[in-house]
Write a protein that binds this ligand. Sequence first.
Ligand code: NAD
Length: 499
Amino acid sequence: MRDINHKLAFDHDGKAQRYSDVFDPNNGGVQARVALGDAALLDRAVEAAKKAQPAWAAVNPPRRARVMFNFKALVEKHMDELAHLLSSEHGKVVADAKGDIQRGLEVIEFCCGIPHVLKGEFTQGAGPGIDVYSFRQPIGIGAGITPFNFPGMIPLWMSGVAIATGNAFILKPSERDPSVPVRLAELFLEAGLPEGILQVVHGDKEMVDAILDHPDIGAISFVGSSDIAHYVYRRGVDNGKRVQAMGGAKNHGIVMPDADLDQVVNDLSGAAFGSAGERCMALSVVVPVGEKTAIALREKMIPAIEGLRVGVSTDPEAHYGPVVTAAHKAKIESYIQMGVDEGAELVVDGRGFTLQGHEEGFFVGPTLFDHVKPTMRSYREEIFGPVLQMVRADSFEDALTLPSQHQYGNGVAIFTRNGHAAREFAARVDIGMVGINVPIPVPVAYHSFGGWKRSAFGDTNQHGMEGVKFWTKVKTVTQRWPDGGVGDAANAFVIPTMG
Ligand code: NAD
């Protein structure tokens, strides 16, 4: 049995008190076990980070950027190896695994420009003989806690910006697919990153709690499900830390009567079922506007869904692979049953799907519900599987209300040829990321990623300038170089103004 260990700056005997199984979702077997760390291990990682961080922060920004350039080249060189490793633990198809890593690399490309981004602000002559300047300094030690569904991209969202801005960073990846984060940390070392600046600790709640309570960790970035995001946010903030915590989602795709339905069906199929629906930006709800749109869309959607090829993650023809664990498969199937019990119409049933030769794999067939109602629990909650729910709307206003009133506010898309409707929708919808004829509107790396409502706790997004703000604090200096005169003594007791 292969053991997956922490990646630390110090010698570690590799033994753990507890381990967690890492499955092969294609076959259902256990392929490795990952060591679960504890507070004592975290203490040692923090000590190593404390030793290394001041020197790293003192490295000038272009030299820090050079490590990012080297890292990017190394990841590109190892892309095939990384994508296969990712796909073997997560279950997403290899081409999609490459996309996972590529989206993370785009944040590294943004970090290659960190010298430009870290230029401060300066006001000459803010008062008589007075200049004011502001600049950003690293927090010190930051931590990231990441979900299973993007084991390449999300660790890079956080670690790239945290490290480029001069912090030491401790990553606690998902224990369900921990190998790619370890490999990325190894490649960072090869790229010239000093030991101790990026360390990977594995674990579950015990390790997360240790991170949340550690007095020397100044900032925590979390991505995962909403209840845990909220918990991490509360406990981290209570402990005086800066916290951003991204949560779950239920993303709607609004289909206006004038939309190009062939394009919609194509886009929806990928956005709802790609990566077996295990994406926080998956379009899991489709909202046709008007009865005619609903009937036409349903007619085209059924054959498209039935034509999807579910296969092992290494099958180049497969549209999507297995879900991550047997427990997750059972959860998805229980939501499908819930939808049936609540009275939604199950049009295509993906339960009980088996792949010949891989009968124990964690596969779920594509599933379509129609006549889903906003009051249903299976609509209000996130399913996170290959399940598309159709909620019919009578009008544009009804369609706008659905995502706006949902507890989650991550992403939304509108499909239309009407520029005015699209513009109106983007302005009024109560959601953080909007696509106009773009089904998965994940912003590019130099913009920033973040949802609203229960999809994100805290007030800064991931990557782009928002990420830079999160991982740094502003220092503002007001300076005067007196010419030798003592100034007006009476005025020394009055709050200074620049008047
Ligand atoms: P999860 O919440 O189960 O796990 C996320 C992290 O929290 C993992 O590192 C895990 O070890 C840790 N964790 C699990 N249980 C914990 C507990 N009780 N206390 C403390 N820590 C705990 O999420 P997941 O299943 O790995 O990922 C899927 C979820 O992540 C979905 O809800 C998805 O929508 C969400 N997600 C959100 C975004 C976003 O940016 N909004 C992006 C990707 C995924």
